[in-house]
Design a protein around this ligand. Structure first.
Ligand SMILES: C[S@@+](CC[C@H](N)C(=O)[O-])C[C@H]1O[C@@H](n2cnc3c(N)ncnc32)[C@H](O)[C@@H]1O
Length: 254
């Protein structure tokens, strides 16, 4: 028997739970400079476009990118996240396909740029889904088109005997905790972001299957893509052995 690990991951679960608070938590004023730099980075790599965002969510990056004149298409599994995007100014400018980005193809291609940010690639539950995603991305790119990914570099020292409980922040009367279980064989971390406050207890699932940059590069090679850039952040910071995140660019050869 070949162990498969726990793959009961619903692609819509994260977004359906978090949609009401996502922008309040992650689309905050202090993050605006980083969004602006990320949009600049993407703008300079989109060529003649169009662009496709995997896991477009509430449009945190897609909307400012579209506002700068790029045609942006998105895929997302969560109807509630997409409803948030639709309600925003410019929301009707971004076409969104509802579905799993490892499986569905978006209309409007081939794309000059496909991108996936904020660790969203790791939402795919296992290596097979991640390999399929790379293959679909490669098939949807124009010759010379680019695939950009922003993701964390795994750090398994975070876990003590396969678990971690972390106080994330105190927000007024509300305490934010993160409770995680780590499976190093399948490279999975199942987490629950818990909020404890006057309104009661909130629980938000965040389940990921992480991969090191070297494994992502191998997925790229399997899909016929070549790594052309790797930075530690959107500002072009050098990527080193101590970097905790990366912005990587793979290219479909001409
Ligand atoms: C962390 S949010 C990022 C949203 C947006 N890209 C941003 O930067 O704010 C992850 C998004 O990916 C979506 N998602 C997660 N797994 C997915 C999958 N397998 N297929 C499609 N969308 C998925 C979620 O619904 C959510 O909207």
């Amino acid at each position: 028997m070949v162990p498969r690990g726990d793959t009961d991951l619903d692609p819509a679960a994260y977004g359906e739970h978090i949609a009401d608070v996502y922008d309040e938590w992650y689309s905050t004023a202090d993050r605006e400079p980083e969004v602006a730099v990320a949009v600049d980075f993407l703008r300079t790599r989109v060529g003649a476009g169009p662009a496709l965002e995997l896991g477009v969510g509430t449009g945190r990056l897609a909307l400012p990118l579209a506002a700068r004149g790029t045609t942006v298409v998105g895929i997302d599994a969560s109807p509630r996240m997409v409803a948030r995007l639709r309600d925003k100014p410019g929301g009707s400018e971004v076409d969104v396909v509802l579905g799993d980005f490892a499986e569905v193809t978006a209309p409007g291609g081939p794309f000059g740029l496909v991108y996936v940010v904020f660790n969203t690639f790791f939402a795919l539950a296992d290596q097979d889904a991640q390999v399929r995603c790379f293959a679909n991305v490669a098939a949807g790119l124009q010759p010379g088109g680019l695939f950009v990914m922003e993701a964390f570099v795994p750090d398994v020292t975070r876990y003590d005997r396969g678990q971690r409980v972390q106080a994330d922040r105190l927000d007024g009367e509300t305490t934010h905790l993160n409770v995680s279980l780590h499976d190093p064989v399948f490279q999975r971390v199942r987490s629950r972001h818990l909020t404890l406050g006057p309104g009661g207890v909130g629980t938000y699932p965040v389940d990921v299957r992480y991969a090191w940059p070297s494994e992502l590069d191998l997925m790229g090679r399997l899909a016929g893509l070549e790594l052309t850039e790797r930075w530690a952040g959107w500002n072009g910071e050098p990527f080193t052995a101590t970097s905790t995140s990366h912005v990587s660019v793979w290219r479909r050869p001409q």
